[in-house]
Design a protein around this ligand. Sequence first.
Ligand code: ATP
Length: 202
Amino acid sequence: MRFTKLRLNGFKSFVDTTDLVIHPGLTGVVGPNGCGKSNLLEALRWVMGENRASAMRGEGMEDVIFAGASTRPARNFAEVALIIDNAERLAPSGFNEADQIEITRRITRDAGSAYKVNTKDVRARDVQMLFADASTGAHSPALVRQGQIAELINAKPKSRRRILEEAAGISGLYQRRHEAELRLNATEQNLARVDDVLEQLA
Ligand code: ATP
C-alpha cells in the first residue's frame, strides 16, 4: 500500500483543485512561511479520519473549508482525496479488491463529513479502521506535527506505549476491543432489565 496522490479542493488555503503527486522515494515540500505546507499534512490526517478540530488548528471542523480571501469568496465545501497504489494487494481485507484505492472525505457547511472508498459511501469508522489495520492513520507517529518531538520527550509512559502499539500494528485491535466492550455493557444492561421484568411477573 503506497500513497501516490493527495487531491485537495477547497481545503484551507487550497481553494482550487490541487494534486500533490507522491513519487517513490523522498518527497520534499518547500515554500515560504504561510504558503500551506502544514495544511498538506493536515489534509492527509483529515482524509484518514481525524475528528478533532484542534488537530486541524481550528475551533470547529468547518474551519477546514476555504474561508475566502479579498479576491475569492468562501467555499461551501472542502474535499480531500487520497489515492493509494494497492497493486501488491497489501490493503486490509474488505478494501483489497482493486489495484487502486481512492478514499474521499467531503465536508459541507451545516451537513458534516461524508466518506467514500472507490465511490462507495462508507462510515468514518470504516476509513479509520482501514488505516489502523494498515498501521497508519490520523494519529500515526509517522505524521510529525510542529512541536510534537518536544511533546514526545515529555510524554507519560502510557502515551509512549501507544506509539509502540501503533508501530506494532495492533491499534486496530484496541478499537475493536473498545467497541466489543461497549456492546457487552449494553447487553448486560438489557439482561438486567429482563431480570427486573421477570421479577415483576413472578
Ligand atoms: P510555516 O512555514 O509558517 O509553518 P506553512 O507553509 O506550514 O507555514 P500553513 O500553516 O500550512 O503554512 O498555512 C497557513 C495559511 O493557510 C495561512 O495563510 C492561512 O490564512 C491559510 N488558511 C488556513 N485555513 C484557511 C481557511 N479555512 N481558508 C483560507 N485560508 C486558510
